[in-house]
Design a protein around this ligand. Structure first.
Ligand code: NAP
Length: 284
């Protein structure tokens, strides 16, 4: 019988643990604070930002929102980031992506001080992940690792296949699995004989952005299947990159969409903000 990995429950436990530590930190006179910047009025970004604010409230982290008009120039945005970098009461800064087309996303992400970079997108933090010595981790892959640990899934020596090589999910995911001694294969749109490779996976992580792309014939019997995708099916209903109905007949454990990786991403953001606040205040 397949085990459904309950991301809502694991994220709720993670948030409870963060809330407890935030309380202890406040008793020492430190109030963790996350600044969220949103440029323009993309409705999906608005939903993400609201969810982040709600999670901050839940764990007792102070949140500041900077909602800037779509006409904001890159210089104006950089000026705000510089101000937040210099503000000792702000521990974490994130700029909700995507930013409007006239703004250079890389320039913005590189401007956020690495110590306050709670999305861990700054090249310095990316480098830390590469050498396996990190403080802040990108939220989605780190959330996946929390799930695997929570479920006591053996990683060391296992064949792990990651489909997707984006900077925010696929690549760091591969690095985190490698750090825990998995044998990792990264696949992408140019990979040949994809199903042959995915059928070797003890742990299959899928992050491509194509609804129900992974079918049962691509999965090994009893495999752990982690679905990062957030897509819409033919009826406009939220679904993942994995055909859940089919694949759950074959997998040993699987994450659902919704209620799988999604909630873990935001819980990890709260963990990162707490970690940043502790590091900046030299509290171990
Ligand atoms: P992305 O930047 O668009 O990257 C997609 C990756 O999938 C690319 O590496 C691409 O290969 C690969 N790919 C596309 N079609 C493929 C195919 N037919 N066969 C094999 N590989 C293929 O996407 P992303 O930002 O990583 O996001 C991936 C999915 O995760 C999306 O659905 C996104 O919404 C979701 N997501 C969810 C969360 C969460 O919190 N749950 C967070 C982030 C993202 P190439 O490099 O060759 O183009």
């Amino acid at each position: 019988m397949v085990k459904i990995i309950d991301g809502k429950k694991i994220s709720s436990d993670t948030l409870d643990a963060v809330a407890l530590e935030v309380e202890q930190l406040k008793a020492k006179g430190v109030e963790p604070c996350l600044a969220v910047i949103i440029v323009g009025d993309d409705p999906a970004s608005r939903v993400y930002v609201n969810n982040k604010k709600r999670s901050c409230e839940r764990v007792g982290i102070k949140s500041l929102e900077f909602a800037l008009p779509a006409t904001t120039t890159q210089d104006e945005l950089i000026e705000l980031i510089d101000k937040l970098n210099a503000d000792p009461t702000v521990n974490g800064i994130l700029c909700q992506l995507p930013v409007p087309k006239h703004i250079d996303e890389t320039a913005v992400l590189c401007r956020i001080s690495p110590e306050k970079d709670v999305d861990a997108f700054h090249p310095q933090n990316v480098g830390h992940i590469m050498i396996g010595d990190f403080t802040l981790l990108p939220c989605t892959p780190a959330g996946v690792m929390t799930m695997l640990h929570h479920e006591n899934i053996d990683i060391s020596g296992k064949n792990c296949v990651v489909i997707g090589r984006s900077n925010i999910v696929g690549k760091p995911m591969a690095m985190l699995l490698l750090k825990e001694n998995a044998t990792v294969t990264v696949c992408h749109s140019k990979t040949q004989n994809l199903a042959e490779i995915t059928r070797q996976a003890d742990i299959l992580v899928v992050a491509i952005g194509r609804a129900k792309f992974v079918t049962a014939d691509m999965v090994k019997e009893g495999a752990v299947v982690i679905d990062v995708g957030m897509d819409r099916d033919e009826n406009g209903k939220l679904c993942g990159d994995v055909d859940f109905e089919q694949v759950s007949e074959k997998a040993g454990s699987i994450t659902p969409v919704p209620g799988g990786v999604g909630p873990m991403t935001i819980a990890t953001l709260m963990q990162n903000t707490l970690t940043a606040a502790k590091a900046q205040n030299k509290i171990l």
